[in-house]
Design a protein around this ligand. Structure first.
Ligand code: ATP
Ligand code: MG
Length: 173
């Protein structure tokens, strides 16, 4: 799967519609602190179905909606569209959240369930929880972790965390 375009409106600091074309190869996003680099990656994860407000750095999911500034009023919805190419075919995924109304998803203009969006990305071996998406602070968290905690992270990444649960269970018997 290749992500070709991200279009944001009312999402966090991107109050005005912003269109981002993502060309093949490596893409770098540069800019001063607070200009919205992390918000862009969060918009990508959010559209792929992220359900944790905390991992969007908010208290509730509506915190992704532009909250207003001294000169601009808050918005009442946020919408992000992601254009992806899968096996040579383009697919557009849209997630929208409205204050008091929650999230709604569309795939190629059709209303779908959150689950359908998760399945679409899971089939392409990616998604909101893909290990390819590393949030700011995660690298230093790994470096600063106590050895036992770091080992737990590595075991989780290697997919063997469950084996220890079963071993402890067996030892107690
Ligand atoms: P750094 O280089 O420090 O990591 P960054 O480019 O990653 O910075 P972000 O964390 O993406 O910056 O953007 C932070 C900005 O987004 C802050 O100015 C914050 O006020 C703004 N912001 C976050 N949520 C909202 C919201 N709901 N409404 C308006 N602005 C928001
Ligand atoms: Mg950042």
């Amino acid at each position: 799967m290749q992500i070709k375009r991200l279009r944001l409106s009312g999402f966090k600091s991107f109050v005005d519609p912003a269109d981002l074309r993502i060309e093949p190869g490596l893409t770098g996003v540069v800019g001063p602190n607070g200009c919205g680099k992390s918000n862009l990656l969060e918009a990508l994860r959010w559209t792929m179905g992220e359900n944790s407000a905390k991992s969007m750095r908010g208290a509730g999911m509506e915190d992704v909606i532009f909250a207003g500034t001294a000169t601009r009023p808050p918005r009442d919805f946020a919408e992000v569209s992601l254009l992806a190419e899968v096996n040579g075919e383009e697919t557009e995924v849209v997630r929208r959240i409205e204050r008091g109304a929650g999230s709604a998803y569309r795939i190629d203009g059709k209303d779908v369930r959150a689950k359908d969006v998760s399945l679409l990305f899971a089939d392409a071996a990616t998604g909101a929880h893909s290990p390819a998406l590393v949030s700011q602070g995660r690298i230093s968290a790994v470096i600063a972790a106590k050895p036992a905690d770091r080992r737990a992270m590595l075991e989780e990444a290697a997919g063997i965390a469950g084996l220890h649960v079963r071993r402890r269970d067996a030892e107690q018997k």
